[in-house]
Design a protein around this ligand. Structure first.
Ligand SMILES: Cc1cc2nc3c(=O)[nH]c(=O)nc-3n(C[C@H](O)[C@H](O)[C@H](O)COP(=O)(O)O)c2cc1C
Length: 367
């Protein structure tokens, strides 16, 4: 690899796998999971395991979903499709980011064509589309309509990024998503003609305008959330990026569910972890959302078990799968997903659980 390629690769790694500010939250995410020790149950046999759970009320075969991540194609050729295909074939659900290099219709088609039933559940993996409330609300609504027509099972509505916390590595590297990166979801309005094609001279201008339009509207409140939820109907919506007990409960009353997340250590530097947030929520005695997931640092099947023991229906996985795809494309990704599933299944058996609901706080030491 020549020097300039190595430099580009390092800048992409810094963007993809780095965190905000001091990166303390990024590190804490992992540490918080490690601090939760699991109590094995040797005398409680576990047979006929069924791993079915729900994501936004949709029955899915595994409590594992790929987290929405911007421009997966930075990591591998046709990254969004590679991730969608690998997840679908493994029975793992998938959330496509609004910031995708491949059009949402194409990714949905790939996912739906590849999903198949797996042995521990009769449910099929779900595909969800991640939206933001954008300053241009019409743009948000147009994505919702497109995703509905494309066959998505529901929406993940990200609410924790009205402002982007600075990332020091990206600043030092002068990194930004290249204007040449195809904005796969760029609507016609931004690109008179066929400007989504690489090499089109208008792409730079269109990309900049599109990126600007994608910025989240910081002026969010209950009524606008309800408006978006109504627009998504009859499909379910889950609010992603809530941490405070009040916000988790409110998300549950406004939508179908909540994802407890600090955005993988990429937003507020020094923020609590999802593990902390789930503990806080449990002690608050507030009403639990119908569907409750968490993310941040999930790297092993035993982390998924920890998430369930904390009261979640499942866990989203971001960087662990992104790293596998970066390292070795589709085959490495397949291996990583398979290994996480196997670890989860064996962990479930070793705590004597037959169903996700059997995994309770009693599985955790000192909790
Ligand atoms: C490179 C990168 C891009 C991301 N882009 C998005 C995004 O477009 N929308 C979103 O809701 N979350 C985004 N996230 C956050 C993830 O959905 C998820 O919350 C986080 O990565 C989970 O932590 P983990 O990476 O430690 O598993 C992104 C994360 C990474 C690493």
């Amino acid at each position: 690899m020549d020097d300039s390629n190595r430099k580009i690769n390092r800048r992409i790694d810094d963007y993809y796998f780095g965190g905000s500010g001091s990166e303390r939250t990024l590190r804490e995410n992992r540490r918080a999971l490690d601090s939760l020790r699991i109590i094995p149950r040797a005398l409680q046999g576990s047979l006929n395991i069924d791993t079915t759970t729900n994501l936004g009320g949709v029955s899915v075969p595994f409590p594992i979903a790929v987290a929405p991540m911007a421009y997966l194609s930075l990591l591998a050729e046709k990254g969004e499709e590679t991730m969608a295909r690998s997840a679908a074939r493994s029975g793992v659900s998938f959330v496509l980011s609004t910031r995708s290099a491949i059009a949402l219709e194409r990714v949905a088609e790939t996912f739906i064509a590849n999903r198949r039933s797996i042995s521990t559940s009769s449910a099929l993996a779900g595909i969800f589309f991640q939206i933001y409330l954008m300053k241009d609300k019409g743009l948000t609504l147009s994505f919702i309509e497109r995703a509905k027509s494309a066959g998505f099972d529901g929406f993940i509505f990200t609410v924790d990024a009205p402002y982007i916390f600075p990332r020091r590595r990206d600043r030092a590297n002068g990194f930004s998503i290249s204007e040449k990166m195809v904005r796969g979801n760029l609507p016609e309005a931004f690109t008179p003609g066929a400007a989504t094609l690489k090499g089109d001279p208008t792409i730079g201008r269109s990309a900049a305008a599109f990126d600007e339009a994608l910025m989240q509207d910081p002026n969010i409140d209950e009524s606008v959330i309800l408006e978006v939820v109504r627009a998504c109907s009859p499909l379910p919506v889950i609010l992603k990026g809530v941490m405070a007990p009040h916000d988790i409960a409110l998300a549950g009353s406004l939508s179908t569910g909540a994802i407890v997340s600090n955005h993988g250590g990429r937003q507020l530097d020094g923020s609590i972890t999802a593990v902390d947030a789930m503990k806080l929520f449990a002690s608050s005695n507030k009403v639990r959302p119908r569907s409750l997931w968490m993310d941040g640092g999930i790297s092993y099947g035993s982390d998924v078990l920890r998430s369930l023991a904390l009261g979640c229906d499942g866990a989203l996985v971001g960087k662990a799968f992104a790293k596998a795809m970066r390292r070795g494309g589709e085959s490495e990704l397949k291996r990583a997903i398979g290994l996480m599933k196997e670890e989860f299944l064996v962990a479930m058996a070793l705590v004597g659980a037959n169903r996700p609901k059997d995994i309770t706080p009693d599985c955790l030491f000192g909790y």
